[in-house]
Write a protein that binds this ligand. Structure first.
Ligand SMILES: [Zn+2]
Ligand SMILES: [Zn+2]
Length: 277
């Protein structure tokens, strides 16, 4: 029961990290679909640093290259090229392999500044993530002995890391393998994954309109990051730069009805005139 609290804290932090990733790293920096107030930008930068220690420039470069070469030679993490389980288990390896390429960084993220704060935060690898671990240990320690705090802090930190990495692997792996397609591209929509990734699971929609700040396109699809973005906009802390509700109906939509892709039997489509994998 005591450990359950630590696991729940880790899960909550993984969800916060996923929300920051989809809004800041993905929709703001990679696709420039939203502009954030400098105060929110700073919050997101520190959130990214403390919960994931990801370099925004690296994430953006790898992701933009993924859009440029989706599931063809050059895609940093395609389950169709590398294999489904390779991406599900080794997503971090494929991410690092691409992020370590200087020419990828130069070509795909040269528009992003690398200021003094970036240098200070990212010079020490996973310092931010480690700091989160120390804070968790201290907080848990308040409610018990020092040893109790260390163990529970580690459980929460491990849960954060494992769940965050798994969700990201699922978007790159399962999000290009299983689910339904509304648009003709190589990605797929998974409603359940979308619920736990703040809309990222609607990956087929996203590949159809990468610049849209809203990932849900049709009835029954839920992008939980969207109400957060709308709230920020109402508070004048964000501005959506793309037309989110226009163009979904005809934007590269060539599949008359959504198709379902199953792992063993390939694509099963009712009434679909064309499929492309
Ligand atoms: Zn994708
Ligand atoms: Zn994208």
């Amino acid at each position: 029961m005591e450990y359950l609290v630590a696991v729940l804290v880790g899960l909550a932090l993984a969800e916060v990290a996923t929300l920051i990733t989809t809004i800041y790293l993905h929709r703001v920096l990679s696709h420039k679909a939203i502009r954030l107030h400098p105060a929110v930008t700073m919050f997101m930068r520190f959130g990214t640093w403390m919960l994931t220690s990801i370099s925004p420039r690296e994430w953006v470069a790898v992701h933009r290259k993924h859009h440029n070469f989706s599931d063809v030679e050059g895609d940093p993490h395609s389950p169709h090229i590398e294999g489904y389980w390779q991406i599900m288990i080794g997503n971090v390896y494929y991410y690092r392999r691409e992020a370590d390429q200087d020419d990828t960084m130069e070509k795909y993220a040269s528009d992003l500044p690398f200021d003094r704060l970036d240098k200070a935060l990212l010079r020490n690898g996973t310092l931010g993530f480690s700091l989160t671990g120390v804070i968790l240990m201290v907080l848990f320690g308040v409610f018990g002995s020092g040893w109790w705090g260390i163990v529970h802090g580690l459980v929460a930190l491990t849960t954060l890391a494992v769940v965050y990495l798994l969700l990201n692997a699922a978007i790159n792996g399962a999000g290009h393998t299983f689910g339904y397609k509304s648009f003709e591209n190589d990605a797929t929509n998974l409603k359940l994954l979308s619920l736990v990734t703040f809309g990222e699971g609607l990956h087929n929609n996203h590949h159809a309109r990468p610049a849209s700040a809203k990932f849900s396109a049709f009835r029954g699809e839920v992008d939980m990051a969207w109400p957060v973005i709308r709230l920020l906009e109402k508070l004048r802390l964000a501005k959506v730069l793309s037309k989110v509700d226009e163009g979904w109906e005809d934007h590269r939509r060539r599949l008359p009805t959504p198709i379902t892709i199953k792992p063993t039997s390939g694509i099963s489509a009712v009434g679909a005139s064309s499929t492309k994998d």
